[in-house]
Design a protein around this ligand. Structure first.
Ligand SMILES: *[C@@H]1O[C@H](CO)[C@@H](O)[C@H](O)[C@H]1NC(C)=O
Ligand SMILES: *[C@@H]1O[C@H](CO)[C@@H](O)[C@H](O)[C@H]1NC(C)=O
Ligand SMILES: *[C@@H]1O[C@H](CO)[C@@H](O)[C@H](O)[C@H]1NC(C)=O
Ligand SMILES: *[C@@H]1O[C@H](CO)[C@@H](O)[C@H](O)[C@H]1NC(C)=O
Length: 488
């Protein structure tokens, strides 16, 4: 055998075992020792390998260890934050999103990356353009454990981590899988990250994706949104802190806070145990069936023009806000249809504003909350009828709230009136939410004039004043219960 030929064979054998090593990381075994093989034997083996593996298979990655963990510093990322690490981290992401040899799917068209992790190794990385996946159609990937900061030349209004379709430099997104899927990504976990947008744009953008989890993140210095979700469903945001400015409240610049902590323009998302400590709007909801639970908003006082939670979902709200803490900042809902607010604490004159867009309100429960204010006459639930009055009102229950230093409002009320005469008025105009609406009245007259049995009747309920009259003078007390709902 010629020496060049022999060298070639050795090279091919080494190459083939290297390829196999990189491809079969689940069945990894130490590479076989080089056989003193015959040319024919080696060729046969190589052909076998060629057919058993994807020819386009990627080469081994420098930052990967056998557990599918991609260490960004091994790709050249600078954990001190001094030099730009964008390309290095993107290379790690590129490697983590290589199509595995044994291809599995989550949703059709979404390639299962098997739990691959981009490990930021507790470093602080400067990036100059968004981190995004090379294509759509990936799932089961985690990015975690470090700080990502936008550099001075980060493009304005983009996101540090961009799981959006349009993120691919204006290119129509390629799919990782040939199967078309309506979802870009599924089950991507962003965990233990500090994201500093450096006043250049936003933190995380998620578009048309499914089951994305954001956990234990601290997102700051955004100018647009801390987290933006568009389309898709089941983005879970939990144990996360968002604030445009790093403050612990009573900030002298609070009036100038801008941006939005979380913007949900999609359905079925969950925000739990989240604090928004600085932003003009804490959470903006423009998609249905989202749940907000255990959220503390002190993002910008309503008195300074801020809003805690804004529901821009006129006519189809379908939102539950429970167990939350609105700290000087209010909840606003436009034409609410199916809205539930309960178990929450409203401090510092924070309240719920129901804003009429076309006069429609239906299926609203504001029950079992605590309100605390400064005796400035702020109503716990306020109707903003500046556009038009609420005309179609049904199933609105505001009841069982406890209040200190604010004006109690309710759709169910009880009262009594005592006097010696023929007419008793119980005035509910201060407490009832809707100005001229009593759908249901129950009353009784307790006669205290010994042997008098007067005839009496309900005479008037207009403007939320209940009038009962009798046919003769009696000393009596009249008890009244009213309800602004129809049949509940
Ligand atoms: C792979 O990375 C994980 C997480 O960083 C680490 O715990 C493990 O020791 C690494 N394994 C090797 C073989 O480097
Ligand atoms: C757009 O995607 C195509 C197909 O993968 C690729 O060849 C092309 O380079 C991309 N263009 C840009 C501007 O990224
Ligand atoms: C109630 O008013 C009538 C007539 O005004 C009077 O005669 C009567 O004594 C009063 N009863 C009481 C208990 O004040
Ligand atoms: C009911 O009371 C209102 C004032 O609250 C009055 O304008 C109206 O005429 C009364 N209706 C009747 C039937 O007395």
């Amino acid at each position: 055998m010629e020496p060049t030929k022999a060298l070639m064979i050795v090279f091919l054998v080494v190459l083939s075992s290297l390829i196999r090593f990189s491809v079969c990381r689940e069945n990894y075994a130490s590479p076989p020792s080089l056989p003193k093989a015959h040319y024919q034997e080696a060729l046969l083996r190589l052909n076998k390998l060629k057919t058993s593996i994807d020819v386009g298979s990627p080469s081994p990655s420098p930052g990967e260890n056998e557990s599918g963990v991609f260490l960004v510093t091994l790709y050249g990322a600078d954990p001190t934050g001094n030099s730009d690490s964008t390309e290095a981290i993107l290379r790690a992401i590129q490697d983590a999103t290589r199509i595995p040899s044994k291809k599995r799917h989550l949703m059709p068209g979404v390639t299962d990356l098997g739990g691959a992790q981009i490990n930021l190794q507790g470093g602080n990385y400067l990036i100059s353009h968004p981190l995004r996946l090379p294509a759509a159609g990936f799932g089961n990937l985690m990015i975690h454990g470090g700080t990502i900061r936008a550099s001075e030349n980060f493009p304005p209004s983009r996101y540090l981590i961009d799981l959006s379709e349009t993120s691919n430099k204006g290119n129509k997104t390629q799919k990782a899988s040939p199967n078309p899927s309506q979802y870009n990504y599924e089950y991507i976990t962003l965990k233990d990250l500090l994201l500093d947008s450096n006043f250049k744009g936003g933190g995380i953008s998620i578009m048309n994706s499914l089951r994305i989890s954001i956990h234990n993140c601290y997102i700051t210095h955004f100018t647009t949104n801390g987290i933006e979700v568009q389309g898709g469903h089941e983005t879970f945001i939990h144990n996360t802190f968002l604030g445009q400015h790093i403050t612990a409240g009573a900030d002298p610049d609070e009036r100038s806070f801008s941006g939005t902590g979380i913007s949900l323009a999609g359905n079925d998302n969950v925000v739990t145990d989240v604090v928004v400590f600085s932003a003009s709007v804490g959470i903006m909801l423009s998609g249905e069936a989202n749940t907000i639970s255990g959220v503390h908003c002190y993002n910008k006082a309503t008195a300074f023009g801020g809003t805690g939670i804004y529901m821009k979902l006129p006519g189809l709200t379908q939102t539950r806000i429970v167990n939350s803490y609105m700290d000087y900042t209010s909840i606003v809902a436009e034409d609410p249809f199916q809205l539930h607010i309960s178990g929450s604490f409203f401090l510092g004159d924070a309240n719920v504003v129901l804003k009429s867009k076309s006069g429609f309100i239906n299926g609203v429960n504001i029950v079992n909350n605590m309100f605390s204010g400064s005796n400035s006459g702020v109503e716990i639930v306020h109707l903003d009828q500046s556009n038009c009055p609420f005309k179609q009102i049904d199933q609105v229950v505001v009841d069982q709230n406890i209040v200190k230093g604010m004006n109690l409002k309710a759709t169910v009320a009880r009262g009594s009136s005592k006097g010696n005469g023929t007419s008793w008025t119980v005035d509910f105009s201060k407490i009832l939410l809707f100005p001229n609406l009593i759908r249901h009245v129950q009353y009784s007259l307790l006669s205290m004039s010994g042997n008098e049995f007067p005839q009496y009747a309900l005479r008037n309920v207009s403007h939320n004043r209940v009038v009962v009259e009798s046919n003769k003078i009696v000393q009596a007390q009249v008890y009244v219960t009213v309800n602004q709902c129809s049949d509940i």
